[in-house]
Structure formats: structure tokens, C-alpha cells
Design a protein around this ligand. Structure first.
Ligand SMILES: [Zn+2]
Length: 176
């Protein structure tokens, strides 16, 4: 083969490999960001009549009970280890978005806006299971974290223990 031709094919194959690698990387990212959250949820009904406590506690109707500020508490635990990762609040929109996208989304009280966990860091929490408590005003979400959940870089937001010693109460770091 002509050296020029050989050089051409070498370049061509190399470029092709780079291209395929890039496409695969892109596909991977798309799947990670957009695709196939394993938890999909149909829209929950908006109730016009209040449930009886028997219906609320034992029925099959999902009727999330928001507080006076329109919020409920959501505890997110690692689906694999059961470790508590973060506790925050959801309003109706945050809950809907969480159920529809499969990515945990809160209502940020300080910023007064929807806040998908991991929106800036990429460490999203992919929903695996949603549990509601007896009176339907708190959720436990089992999720798969894509990385450390806390903005400090800790695996869990609960990386300190409150300890009572002789000189009073202090915080001690724990491994998360
Ligand atoms: Zn945190």
C-alpha cells in the first residue's frame, strides 16, 4: 500500500474510533441524564374532597398532605445501604417533578425555587422507591446517588454527630 494511502487509513480509523467513543459517551450521558429512570409514576389525583383518616391511613389513594407553607418533608436514603442522605422539603411541583422525572427535586426555601438535587454537581438522586407515612405528610425516598449527596462533598448531609461531653454539647465528624 502506498505510504500516503496507509497514512490516510490510519488517520481515518483513528478518527473513527474517536468519533465512536464520543458517540458512546454522549449516549451514556443521555441515558444518565434523561433516560430511563427506573421509577416512573403516573400523575397522582388532586383531591377535591378530604379523605377520612381510615382512607388516608389504609386506602390506596395518594393524597399528599402539605403544611401551611405548602411543603412536606422528604427523607432520602441510599437504596443500597439505607443510609440517610438528605432531608429537605417538597412542594406540590417538586413532588410532581420528582415522580415524573425520577430525579429527586426539592423546593428550596432559601432560594424560593425548585431545586433538583445534583443540578449543578451532577450528583443526581435517581428514585427507586417512594414511601409515604401514615398521615401522608412525609416521604421516605429510596434513591441511587450518582455521587456525594451533600454540597460539602460528604456522602450524606449527616456527617456530624451531636455529642454530649463534659464541656457541653459539641459536634464530632462521623464517617458517612
Ligand atoms: Zn448537605
Amino acid at each position: 500500500m502506498e505510504p500516503a494511502l496507509r497514512a490516510f487509513f490510519a488517520w481515518c480509523c483513528c478518527e473513527r474510533a474517536t468519533f465512536v467513543a464520543r458517540i458512546n459517551r454522549w449516549r451514556h450521558d443521555q441515558q444518565r441524564w434523561l433516560g430511563a429512570p427506573q421509577y416512573r409514576f403516573t400523575e397522582y389525583p388532586v383531591l377535591t374532597t378530604p379523605l377520612t383518616s381510615a382512607e388516608r391511613e389504609n386506602g390506596s389513594t395518594f393524597a399528599p398532605k402539605f403544611d401551611a407553607d405548602g411543603l412536606l418533608t422528604a427523607v432520602v436514603v441510599d437504596d443500597r445501604t439505607g443510609e440517610v442522605l438528605v432531608v429537605a422539603h417538597m412542594n406540590d411541583d417538586a413532588l410532581s417533578q420528582t415522580l415524573e422525572t425520577g430525579h429527586v427535586t426539592f423546593w428550596s426555601r432559601s432560594r424560593q425555587r425548585l431545586w433538583m438535587k445534583g443540578e449543578s454537581s451532577g450528583n443526581v438522586l435517581t428514585v427507586r422507591d417512594v414511601l409515604v407515612d401514615c398521615d401522608q405528610d412525609a416521604l421516605v425516598i429510596r434513591a441511587q446517588p450518582a455521587g456525594p449527596t451533600c454540597h460539602t462533598g460528604a456522602t450524606s448531609c449527616f456527617y456530624r454527630r451531636v455529642e454530649r461531653g463534659e464541656s457541653g454539647v459539641a459536634l464530632v465528624k462521623v464517617k458517612t
